[in-house]
Design a protein around this ligand. Sequence first.
Ligand SMILES: Nc1ncnc2c1ncn2[C@@H]1O[C@H](COP(=O)(O)OP(=O)(O)OP(=O)(O)O)[C@@H](O)[C@H]1O
Ligand SMILES: O=c1[nH]c(=O)c2[nH+]cn([C@@H]3O[C@H](COP(=O)(O)O)[C@@H](O)[C@H]3O)c2[nH]1
Ligand SMILES: NC(=O)CC[C@H](N)C(=O)O
Ligand SMILES: [Mg+2]
Length: 524
Amino acid sequence: MTDDIIDQNHQKLLIIDFGSQVTQLIARRVRESGVYCEVHPYNRADAAFIDDFDPKAIILSGSPHSTHWDNSPRADDSVFTRGLPVLGICYGEQTMCAQLGGAVEASDDREFGRADITLIEDSPLFEGFGPVGHEERVWMSHGDRVSALPPGFKVIAKSGHAPFAAIADEDRRFYGVQFHPEVVHTPRGAALLRNFTHTIAGLTGDWSMKSFKDEAIAKVRAQVGDKKVICGLSGGVDSSVVAVLLHEAIGDQLTCVFVDTGLMRQGEADEVVTLFREHYNIPLVHADEEKLFLEALDGIDDPEKKRKTIGKLFIDVFEARAKEAGGADFLAQGTLYPDVIESVSFDGGPSVTIKSHHNVGGLPERMNMQLVEPLRELFKDEVRALGRELGLPEAFVGRHPFPGPGLAIRIPGAVTKEKADILRKADAIYIDEIRKAGLYDKIWQAFSVLLPVRTVGVMGDERTYDHVLALRAVTSVDGMTADYYPFEHDFLGRVATRIINECRGVNRVVYDVTSKPPGTIEWE
Ligand SMILES: Nc1ncnc2c1ncn2[C@@H]1O[C@H](COP(=O)(O)OP(=O)(O)OP(=O)(O)O)[C@@H](O)[C@H]1O
Ligand SMILES: O=c1[nH]c(=O)c2[nH+]cn([C@@H]3O[C@H](COP(=O)(O)O)[C@@H](O)[C@H]3O)c2[nH]1
Ligand SMILES: NC(=O)CC[C@H](N)C(=O)O
Ligand SMILES: [Mg+2]
């Protein structure tokens, strides 16, 4: 998939996915140590694929399956005959044992959560951890366990309920761990993975954002030639990075379209237009479509209907503006790696739609344009690093994500201009206080929600009957899971007072303390 994007000279590591919830974290940890890697589902990683991918090492992920179930997934047999180092994690360890002549059984003593392992043999996998007898905190999540080792293997660590907590065949460089080194709850997990990639597999960590940038630019030039590209620019991190990268690659063949939906944050339109027109000299169409969006949303209170209405309008506006700009052959998008991985469903099984994220995926068919997606190998934090490499101002690179449907999904119930104005003002105060308190960069995303609930208050001896505003702030790594940010009470009190004093229409402020799951980050 990406061979033509990533220079063949990079050393690559292949992660074979058996459907664990945390496979993406393996990729993150490996990349953090400078090793380029990709995740591919086990049923696609056949011998021909692996030949073509040409990895220097292989990691087998965990899985919800058990090796003793019928038709449980297996690694392609060639994984073990290539002379490559292999690390099996949890199910990966189990299937390695099952495939190489060992045995796995369901265990009565399941281990979920924290556990301590004891090192019982020296091994490069635990280099730097401590002598034999050393105890190490790890995170487990398994109900099965290895019960007999394949020929050539030895045990290098054990835990209370997993006598084969870590195993090794040092000659063939095959390793298995029952615990999960990829999660942060295994404090020295990253060091273990680095021992595997660097010490055992001899990888040098030759992947950097600088090299990614140069290759991505070359790749865009090769793909686009002298044709025209349009890029939907929201001012968010992803599309800003795409725009600047493309501008560097193809100069004035690029036109950006910023759609002002009337549902943007305070000052957003000005900031985006100023940066891209004045600092970058990138041709930018500023489509002021507030009226169009607000009219189309009039009276719609169902969240999914709102999202779909907005998604369709984006398509219409892009189409119309591209035509005005003389047409375009390519459409650039800020698709990220998690979107790519998630769109390849593990068993092909349908998953539930929680909410239809606004995306421009429907665009290409209708607009007959080819996609340019230079970020499709990157995680959000890598996109930020790339933005810095490209010299984008910190104000853009460090920005909290902002959803395409904007304030519309932060106004439960029907959207009106009046409500959007109140919300915009309140939100600006909230963010201003967060910045003043030096908390902006500690929070992954913060915003306000204008509730369709009015409550009674008293201000200046007058009765008021106004809206409730909810404040939200979360910490997260990638938006997939999140926790609420634990503000000091003083801070919340200060924000509430300012908002109620300065925003006519709001007389009560509450703070949302729901994590994700069970909540989602946005309210709709
Ligand atoms: N107001 C807008 N005008 C033009 N394009 C938009 C607008 N809002 C969203 N898009 C397009 O939809 C894509 C997806 O939006 P999304 O919010 O996921 O990314 P982003 O805005 O670039 O970054 P971030 O996630 O940090 O907000 C964007 O990359 C952009 O191409
Ligand atoms: O571009 C986008 N279009 C959308 O329709 C959309 N809905 C949610 N989000 C953002 O995605 C992250 C996770 O949000 P949820 O927990 O609400 O699903 C959070 O960062 C949300 O702001 C969107 N981004
Ligand atoms: N996390 C995992 O990979 C679990 C593997 C297997 N399902 C078990 O319970 O042991
Ligand atoms: Mg955005």
